[in-house]
Design a protein around this ligand. Structure first.
Ligand code: GDP
Length: 644
């Protein structure tokens, strides 16, 4: 509406209205200027109300501001578009308010302030989730957080004892009667800071978490018993920590035992590239006795020192995010889980998503069994309010409300993203070349297991030479003895392939490998290993396929179908036949033709699948020779890992 038309409606003088509107900050040249529908109505309402109001009070009534929403990263041009003016006009207006701007410049707070008042707008800046997270991760929001530590080492070297000793040393008698609760992790408070310990020691648990995409450990404490020295599982632990790029602090345990040769342990550590500080290296090594409680404080201090070097930080002022450490069914509380809060702060009442379920924090308890209302970064808490048992390693994320949580969960379930059974397939020698070409792989990580040390060395040496410009081969772990669960978990967590040399490969290990999607290859001749890896690098390894039968259909009728020529009226004898896939026509046990299914119908409707016992119409690609009584076998092909 033009201003003069509004003036007429309001029974006002044109000039008076123009000047009043100008005074209100509207950009109006004359009574001929146009206002959009909404603004015109607002002006009419305002002045009608104003007139009435003026009769009672002379207070002018502020017109309702027009609400607009703008993304945080909007540019000047976006703002102009939203206001409905040309960018040049907006730049000019800003300039007249001593703000210089360019068309592609990101909008500033100052601009918003002026534009809001000039154009009488209520501008709301919306920040998209992703940007919000980036902003929240900005250095200015970050605060230092406690390190999260996992203890690893060979069996019987004292991991459990060390965890218990550290924990007991930190229970203050007056606190809740010194009662602690095993919730999967605990926090130790020292004068200089705090340290979080994960209660499940060992490299398998550590890498299993990693295989599920969870990164919780900041520092690994490698326990080496002084009387035993470095043992096979110590080496495994070192390799697991290294593959994850997590720094290692060594605790030489059992130093209370008489006659232990500590120097021998330092030498073994050096042989494994862990050169102690006292030997001129960088590895922090602490001599402790978990049993006699010797050197424990020193170890904790060293962990804080290591943490300081790592500059561990998190923003406590955002919605919490963390990882499920363990989960159980409590008789009274229902499904509960220990969540390690990693970012943000978790509050009682927060709605959350975890893995494929969701819930609301009904109550929270710390490792001392005390009820708490909030938990910041690097805090393990037992949360009550889950709808089902979670899996260790599941991501835990607070969202706006339960509605949103439910929606995310449904999406997750649909994608089956977080299910343990659906661990993504890791790299295989067969698809290595493709992944190299796609730029996904620059390094092929390999685990070598062989019957004797000599073979391990030869294989390691050969692999060093095989790598080419595009891809390097890195042996992340090697050892003597059959492939074990720990190797598979490490391979899964690190996207590595396993080479088993001159060793039997047991059925359960093969199955475990398949569950984790790990390519385990078994060889007996060195040349075969190197030759095959070379071929894989060059893309010359042919993948093999396994046929999986989906269903059997019997042809009972043939009829003409306009688009595809002929269609077969079938009865599904076996299976659940999905649309598409490979199909072969069989007559009297003889193969007639290999083809593909191109249509699947029931009662003239396209359907996605048909179950056994039902009738349907099947259309096959380019086929003329099909007869009543023929069998159509529908199958798919699955790529299989080649094993020699
Ligand atoms: P884990 O298998 O690594 O968890 O080892 P444990 O913590 O179960 O300890 C194995 C054995 O070593 C137990 O009998 C402990 O009592 C003993 N042990 C642990 N730490 C020490 C220590 O510092 N000194 C001595 N003498 N024995 C220890």
């Amino acid at each position: 509406m033009r201003v003069h038309e509004i003036a007429k409606k309001l029974n006002m003088d044109n000039k008076v209205l123009v000047s009043e509107l100008k005074e209100m900050g509207m950009v109006i040249k004359s009574a001929l200027s146009s206002l959009d529908e909404e603004t015109s109505q607002q002006v009419i309402n305002l002045f009608t109300a104003g007139k009435t109001a003026r009769g009672v009070t002379s207070q002018p009534v502020t017109p309702k501001k027009k609400k607009i929403s703008l993304a945080f990263s909007s540019r000047v041009s976006d703002l102009a578009k939203i206001i409905g003016i040309k960018p040049a006009e907006l730049i000019k207006t800003l300039f007249s308010h001593a703000i210089s701007a360019t068309i592609n410049q990101q909008i500033t707070e100052e601009m918003i302030k002026h534009i809001s008042s000039i154009y009488h707008l209520d501008i709301e800046i919306s920040i998209p989730e992703k940007e919000k997270e980036e902003i929240e991760e900005e250095a200015s929001f970050l605060q230092s957080r406690a390190p999260v530590v996992t203890i690893m080492g060979h069996v019987d070297h004292g991991k459990t004892k060390l965890l218990d000793t550290i924990r007991q040393a930190n229970v203050i008698d007056t606190e809740a009667g010194g009662i602690t609760q095993h919730i999967g992790a605990y926090k130790v408070k020292l004068k200089e800071g705090e340290v979080v310990f994960l209660d499940t020691p060992g490299h398998e648990a550590f890498s299993a978490m990693r295989a599920r995409g969870a990164h919780v450990t900041d520092i690994v404490v490698l326990v080496v018993a002084a009387d035993d020295g470095i043992m096979p599982q110590t080496v495994e632990a070192i390799d697991h920590a290294r593959a994850a790029n997590v720094p290692i602090v060594v605790a030489i345990n059992k130093v209370d035992l008489p006659g232990v040769n500590k120097e021998k342990v330092y030498k073994q550590l050096a042989d494994n590239n862990l050169l102690a500080e006292s030997w001129g290296g960088k590895t922090i090594c602490c001599e402790v006795s978990a049993k006699q409680k010797i050197g424990i404080d020193h170890l904790l201090e060293m962990l804080l020192l290591e943490a300081e070097m790592l500059e561990l930080t998190a923003n406590p002022n955002k919605k919490a995010q963390g990882t499920i450490i363990e989960s159980r069914l409590d008789k009274g509380k229902g499904p509960v889980a220990t969540v390690l809060v990693q970012k943000g702060t978790l509050h009682k009442g927060d709605a959350f998503v975890d893995g494929t379920s969701y819930g609301r924090v009904r109550a929270m308890f710390n490792d001392r069994n005390e009820r708490i209302n909030s938990a910041g970064p690097s805090t393990p808490v037992e949360v009550v309010g889950f709808s089902k048992i979670s899996l260790a390693g599941d991501l835990f994320k607070v969202v706006e409300d339960t509605k949103k949580a439910k929606q995310i969960c449904l999406e997750l379930q649909e994608n089956e993203k977080v299910s343990m059974e659906k661990l993504p397939t890791r790299i295989t020698l067969n698809d290595l070349y493709l992944q190299i070409k796609e730029g996904k792989v620059k390094e092929l990580d390999v685990i070598i297991k062989a019957d004797v040390g000599g073979s391990v060395e030869v294989l390691k040496h050969s692999f060093e030479k095989i790598g080419n410009k595009e891809v390097k081969i890195k042996v992340i772990h090697s050892g003597i003895g059959e492939v074990n669960e720990s190797d598979i978990i490490l391979a899964s967590a690190s996207n590595a392939v396993i080479i088993s040399f001159h060793l039997p490969l047991k059925g359960d290990i093969k199955t475990l490998g398949q569950t984790y999607g790990v390519d385990i290859r078994s060889y007996n001749i060195i040349y075969d290993v190197t030759n095959e890896v070379k071929k894989a690098l060059e893309g010359l390894l042919e993948p093999k396929y396994k046929e999986i039968s989906l269903g059997i259909a019997e042809v009972r009728e043939i009829f003409k179908a306009s688009k595809i020529g002929i269609a077969c009226g079938c009865y599904i004898k076996e299976g659940k036949v999905p649309k598409g896939n490979n199909a072969r026509v069989i007559r009297n046990d003889k193969l007639i033709v290999e083809t593909r299914m191109i249509s699947l119908r029931r009662f003239k409707e396209d359907v996605n699948e048909v179950m056994a016992g039902l009738e349907c119409g099947i259309g096959l690609e380019k086929i003329t020779d099909v007869q009543v009584g023929d069998i159509i076998e529908i199958y798919t092909q699955e790529k299989i890992i080649q094993k020699l």
